[in-house]
Write a new protein. Sequence first.
Length: 174
Amino acid sequence: MSPCALLSDRMVLVADGTADWSAAEAEHLASCPDCREEWRLIQGARRLGTEAARRTDAGRVSRLVLATLAGERRRRRWVRVGGLVGIAAAAALAIMVSTADRRGSGGEAGSIAVVGAEGLQLRLAELESLNEAELEAILDGLDVPLSEGAGGAPPALGDLDDTQLERVLRSLEG
C-alpha cells in the first residue's frame, strides 16, 4: 500500500483526535501536495460538522423523527384496517346479492329462470326477458340426456352449425 493510501486512511482518526501523526507520516504530509489537499478537506469537513452539531438541537430532531415514525405507523395501521373493512364489506355484499330474493314486481322471476324437464330443474341466469317460445328453444337444446352427452368423442369444429359455433365462442368468452 502506498504512503498516500496509508495516510488517507489515518486522516479521519487524526482529525477526530483519536490518533497522532508519526514522524514519517508528518514528513510525507509536508512533502506531498495531494495528501496536504486531502488533509485540508478533512479538516474543513470536521469544522463544518462541529458547527452543524453545535447549531442542531438533537433532542428536537429526535422528537420530530419519532413523531414522524409514529404517524407513519398509525397511517399504515389505518390502511390495513381499511383494507380489511373493504374486504369484509365486499364479502357481505356478495352474500346479500347471492341470497337476495330475485323476484321482480308481480312475483315473476327476477334474474334467474328455472327450467324443468322430466324431474330435472336447472336455474339459468338472465332468462327472465325471454318469452315462452324462446325458452322452449333453449329447453330443446338441453334435450340430450346427461348420460348420452358424457361419453363419446366431441364433434369437430367443421361439424358444428352456426348456432353451435356461437355457443362455443360464448363459452370461451367467460
